[in-house]
Design a protein around this ligand. Sequence first.
Ligand code: GDP
Ligand code: MG
Length: 247
Amino acid sequence: MMYTVFFIGTAGSGKSTLVSALSNWLEDQGFDVGVVNLDPAAEYLPYVPDIDVRDRISARRIMKQFKLGPNASIVAAVDMMVTEAERIKEEMEVVGAPIFLIDTPGQMELFAFRQSGAYLIQRLSDVHSLVVYVADAVYMQTVDGFATTMLLALSSRIRFKKPQIVAVNKADLLSEEATVTINNWVEDPEALLESLDMPQYEKEVLRSVANMGGFVEPVFVSAKTGEGLDRLYHKLQMHYTGGEDAQ
Ligand code: GDP
Ligand code: MG
């Protein structure tokens, strides 16, 4: 049985760095972990992937060959990746790790909000799969940053139809106070809504989302310092095994 964990999030939220940090952390704990890079445009990766889509499809090559701009070449590359899904899946079976961390393209909309991205996630998912929505702590400390992050995470959940964990990355850049404030917004959405300067309609939409459980409790992590990786692992473990160790 394979556990597949996909990392989704806006550009620069730290998906690749978190994949690197979590894979190292898991290996230190004695887990056998596989890492897959699905970003055809990555210039540099902070980890050595077991499977790298760039070996076959590179946005940079497509850009030159078809004279496309940077976004169009990523879109084309992600579409081409669909034809590679079967092969990637086979390679994962060859690697044979019980848990795979899967990094996705930097700009989430080029992947998450396109048919081919969702298809790839479905194809590469095993029985147990989950999405880690990576949010940026610095952006999330303002009221509208928090609200829009929760809505984006919800969009991703609607898109992928998978269990999802919200990881607030770059927690090393957050003050103790800011962390408490964000937690308060989760627990007491009314406090957040009161401080939001926005028209009634948008407020009502947010209120409904919050009341329906759309403001999920995040786990604070730092891919840089390693803070919170244990908590992230425990959340993953809860999803997969209902609490038992995944090894
Ligand atoms: P991606 O586009 O989501 O894959 O983001 P990257 O992993 O490439 O990270 C974007 C930038 O954020 C890089 O400069 C990272 O060094 C930085 N970064 C990532 N995680 C953290 C973190 O936990 N703390 C801090 N301070 N910086 C981070
Ligand atoms: Mg990346």
